[in-house]
Design a binder for this molecule. Structure first.
Ligand code: G3H
Ligand code: ZN
Length: 278
């Protein structure tokens, strides 16, 4: 229970052939809703803060320390992870703050530079007992690595894992970030080949666009960490919109933020249960 090492949750889920829900924190209400969902649903969860979320808050420490504190007090196993860090400096600050894992996203770099930068972060993170997730392959902008047409090659992924010593690998198998509709098609055969070739847990990014049955099939084929942000955000925002529509005179922001948090909690509980198989 409480704050748990990401490596422990990854290893446990991967051994059981289950998924590990990794939900993005945008602000305090998201973290509270996600942890309440994990407690009620009886599953472990990863609270993840992206470099973009850190930029939104203007600093890592306040929101990160809040997440770590919420994880400590949780009645479910909760890990805290830095998501999509392109800045090595930010990744190292998260290591120092006590995160359980960091994702160093060197996907925009060419293969050699990605290996070198990931290995640099790895050395410092592992010395502190912090796990590292990396990403391989990148074409185009933020959307590129997980755009429907982009794929991770199993042979290159195996070589990348061996050369860096990473703990988890984000792979491109058909999903795409920030999809508002759940219509993505995943390459299940490729997931199975990546799972056979790569000795560390695989990470599915952009899972909001993946329908429920395909998330379950992807886990059966070998995916472990399932990253979701947009889908929870959609439920949060729809509830806020509805609350303000029904109560146009509202002044106290806690009223509509609570409505958003409740809706997010319900969807996180439903999706987290599906991912964890509980
Ligand atoms: O790293 C975070 C995830 O890949 C979230 O993607 O917003 O499309 O669910 P999503
Ligand atoms: Zn992602």
């Amino acid at each position: 229970m409480a704050l748990t090492a990401t490596a422990e949750l990854l290893t446990d889920a991967s051994r059981r052939g289950a998924g590990l829900a990794a939900f993005n924190v945008l602000h305090l209400e998201t973290a509270e809703g996600i942890v309440a969902a994990a407690e009620a649903g009886g599953f472990p969860v990863v609270l993840q803060l992206s470099e973009n979320a850190v930029k939104y808050h203007g600093a890592l420490e306040p929101i990160a320390l809040a997440c770590i504190d919420i994880a400590h007090a949780a009645a479910a196993p909760v890990a805290v992870h830095l998501d999509h860090a392109e800045s090595e400096e930010l990744a190292l600050r998260a290591v120092e703050l006590g995160f359980g894992s960091v994702m160093f996203d060197g996907a925009a770099l060419d293969y050699r530079d990605n290996v070198a930068a990931t290995a640099r972060v790895m050395r410092r993170a592992h010395a502190a007992g912090v796990a590292v997730e990396a990403e391989l392959g990148r074409i185009g902008g933020k959307d590129g690595a997980h755009a429907p047409g982009v794929r991770t090659d199993p042979g290159e992924a195996a070589r990348f894992a061996a050369e860096t010593g990473i703990d988890a690998l984000a792979v491109a198998v058909g999903s795409s970030h920030q999809m508002a509709e759940r219509t993505a098609a995943l390459d299940l055969d490729l997931i199975a080949r990546l799972h056979a070739a790569v000795p560390v847990p695989l990470v599915l990014h952009g899972s909001s666009g993946v329908p429920d049955d395909l998330i379950a099939a992807a886990i059966r084929a070998g995916m472990t960490k399932i990253n979701v942000s947009t889908q929870l955000n959609r439920h949060f925002t729809a509830a806020v919109r509805e609350y303000l529509r029904a109560h146009p005179d509202t002044v106290d922001s806690r009223r509509y933020l609570a409505a958003g948090r409740d809706a997010l909690r319900a969807e996180a509980q439903r999706l987290g249960g599906l991912i964890a198989g509980v």
